[in-house]
Design a protein around this ligand. Sequence first.
Ligand code: MZP
Length: 498
Amino acid sequence: AFYYSEPSRTFNEFLLIPNLTEKNCTPKDVDLKTPISKFKKGEQPDLSLNIPFSSAVMQSVSDSTMAIALARCGGISFIYGSQSVADQAAMVRKVKEYKAGFVVSRSNLTPQHTLKDVLDLRKKTGHSTVAITDNGTPNGKLFGIVTSRDYRVSRDSLDKKISEFMTPFSSLVYGKSGITLSEANDIIWEHKLNCLPIVDGATNLQYLVFRKDYDAHKGNPSALLDDNKSYIVGAGINTRDYKERVPALINAGVDVLVIDASDGYTEWQSETLKYVKSNFDVKIGAGNIVDREGFLYLVESGADFVKVGIGGGSICITREQKGIGRGQASALIEVNEAREKYFQETGIYIPICSDGGIVHDYHITLALAMGADFVMMGRYFARFDESPTKKLKIGNNFVKEIWGEGSNRARNWQRYDTGGKEGLVFEEGVDSYVPYAGSLKENLDKSIGKIKSTMTNCGARSIEDLQKNARITLVSATSLVEGGAHDVIMKESSLSGE
Ligand code: MZP
């Protein structure tokens, strides 16, 4: 057998050491744009993300609701493949056809109805709605109610969203604008306008509802128009039914595929990559691998990006069950070296995705510093309103469900079988809970804030800067203790926080 001289290391064993921070290197100067498909030196990648976040190819994590929410923030979801081809394609189509926004629905309400009617409707449907009156006061004539299309979004967080935008009673101050909803949304997000776009039930914008105190007539939103875009979305495939699944996903508008397997260093992956690359014009990643050989094998078979990580996932028991895997940091460091060498030799840059094992936000920054172009996370996203699973109360705490793709519950045997005819007889994943954490956007903003702040400590304005210039040190077991709060008596309130 071959013995590695270094032990397999995890993110917890490393820390970043600050570099000089120049005055013009503040968090707002940091750009997290990152490639997700291979490109030639000096050229731009065909596909990139505005933030280096992707959500895992898992039933309990990535459906169309998650995909829309994450794409809106600049990341990407890979819709899970452990479902029928038709169902997966329908989810992809839903993301591509989605037009964000709030819908004005007059439902059965007429201008004669009162505020009480609106509140009754809220109670009855459980949906978060806001009443729109013609003069912005409860006494005005009821124009309609605004409700979210994202019914899965919890009432609490939707209420909060609405109150951030407008008072419960807002006046319609901007009439028909003649632009599409998607255009309006782009404008609203980009210019941080204080308003809600209202559609007529289809896709055409009818009104923008502004806060009462907002001077809506300042500027003309339609004059600010950039392109009519749809959200980016990925999808997981397997090495068995790809001849049927890939065309269906492409038809549905998928932007990028990934072959989803716990061990990607296989001839099945190579065959799948070659087939997809020679028959379709679509970007496709492959994995997972944890070493140089696996990386080169998949790249030479045509992979547009490579996913790194075996056995580090929060719900994964592969290492316990089968004794294979590698500490995520060691895997990433070796694959990054192989990628850099490949780039020097060929001039082709292959993006790397670090998949699994991210527990703290700083692990994301470490992964980027160690060469990842983006990370994939399951547990992180499973905690949010937008994940597909149930929110439950256990004791005094809210939790959400998460289960591994190798668990009996997911029964995604393709990901875990070794190609033979017989199905697997043991599980490689668990069925579990994660603490509920609220809305994706709020949590993502916090994580991004931390990443950008750490990057400025490292003197890096971009992920590329960080990869080139980060200085990373191993930590000893005793310095880990020094890193947390120590030698003080913690107050209850501090213990409950993250
Ligand atoms: P984490 O972000 O929850 O730590 O890890 C998510 C990753 O775990 C997924 O992207 C996938 O690579 C891996 N995964 C998913 N299901 C299993 C399993 O059942 C698993 N063993 O290891």
